[in-house]
Ligand binder design. Sequence first.
Ligand code: HEM
Length: 597
Amino acid sequence: MPYNLSSHQISFPHHHVFSCHESLRPIAPNTRQYVSTRRRHFFTLDQFRRSLIYSLFPPSTQGSDGDQTSYQCFHHLEPRSKLPLIVLLFVVPAFLSVPISYHVPWFSAAVLFAFLAYGGAVTSFALIYRLSPFHPLAKYPGPTIAKTSKLWAAYLNATGDQHRCFKDLHDRYGDVVRVGPNELSIRDSSLMHPILGQGGLLKGPRWEGRDGPPMLVAQRDPILHMHQRKPWNRAFSSAAMKEYEIIVAKRVRQFVCCLDDMIQRSDQNANAVVDINRWLKYFTTDFMGDMAFGGGFEMMKAGRDVDGLWTLLESGVRVAGTVSNVSYVFPFFTAIIGKKSPLLRLRALCKERALERLRMGANRKDLFYYLSGEELPESERPSPADIAQDGQLAIIAGSDTTSSVLTATLYYLLRNPVVYERLQAEVDSAFPSGEEPLDVAKLSQMEWLNGCINEALRLQPPVPSGSQRTVDKGKGTKVLGSLTIPEETQLSLHTYSIQRDPRNFHNPEAFLPERWFSTGAPAGEHNTAAFFPFSYGPTICAGKNLALMEMRMLLCWVLRRFRLSEAPGVIYEEWEGKYFGLAFCGAYGSPIGQCLA
Ligand code: HEM
């Protein structure tokens, strides 16, 4: 159904974004912080004055009374840092309590009353407007609670159930659902190019409010993004990828030996119950540690979460995912949690590792080599802080994602014994006994292997809610296919729903690797454009080819060496329902041959 919104525009606070014709200059040599040569942004007294009015007439009240003054105020203001937010939320009502105190017997009662009245008024204005027919997104269907606040989405994110809940909403309301006051979730793969492709929409504000210059994945400005992306593109060129094969192979060999060791030590007749999810996490983190910092995590060797890195990663990703739904909370969150915040601790750990590696120098061409600009003249190299930040991104982006897809693939193999047998036969014939599955070209041609990985990526994409985009402020209403989107609306293509949509994939809930075969695929709908677990366009996952190589090699090697089966006492039917942070156990059968290490 086509949606036609009025050109009525809403405002949503966000940072200044450089336009293409503005030039950029770094604020200091060897740094990624830039200022526009045309216009600089300071929080001026005028803005401060207007921010006070904004607090009384927040964005969402705009239009309810047609008040042009309030509209102009919130249209131009961007109060995201701690000070103005504290002023708006605490100082204004504190001032209001002074006149009230003349009318009540106790000053404390006046303060309480002022805060309640101020908070109540602001909240009521916001709620009434957001639910009113005057809101620019009023025509889009969605649950009432979602229209009132993003707190609901934050709550769903914290439960780990957001993607399944959004899919239910799409099944109920259709391809476009209002999932926040100013946010839409979209289940229409034909909009992939206009939204994510070249010249598409800017990244959304969900990464805002964090300390320091944004890392690549959070960079909203397309020009800065392109600039920051260059070393990543060099790092994942075909020539560079060749160098990584031995690094992956070394860690896969170690993974296999660790499992072998567990089987040897087990008293269950050459079987061992292994927490495969945990071990896959150790594997991917050790490997990304090698790539980003030249090693140093050694979780597989220790058989445990060394330095609490995984706990930091898991809690950091979960907290960041939840809080980014309400990114204006970030400054308060970091102020309250301070240095104990998992993200800050992770940052400190990565900085320590980066400095250590810089001291050691580049002894091989890994990801660090490219990110630290070893091949560039000294003056063009990034600062240690930037290198540490890129290393941190590699660990966050490259470990949990890959381990969750590997876990999902093994899960679906256990649940589909016929597919397991077919894949096993393919692996056995591709790599006869004793041969190490190292041939990357051969791995990329194996239809069952790649079909299984694609199915796991389709059914359990590690970024299930997609990458948020926004219709840029000041650019006016955007027409996307049959949709008309008001400026400063946030939106995401919902990967999980699109990849399970029967219009795109025949029998979408079934694990069918055959659907990816070049010939002999089962009849039925198969829309390759609707498969985008790594996203699409200029911001597509930088590490896609590395992740695929890593997953292919590990799966092949594990299948050559072990026979997996369901562990006793585990209810596998329940696993799929608890995608987030689940421990998944597999019982291992007789090993095939000797440890290949
Ligand atoms: C199965 C594994 C993986 C999946 C499904 C995956 C998926 C994604 C997705 C959906 C994005 C967001 C893109 C966007 O904003 O449009 C992303 C970004 C990114 N990923 Fe991956 N990823 C995986 C593994 C990796 C690995 C191994 C690395 C290696 C370091 C990596 C590095 C990155 C980087 C650097 C970005 C930011 C790209 C940018 O904004 O330009 N990812 N990934």
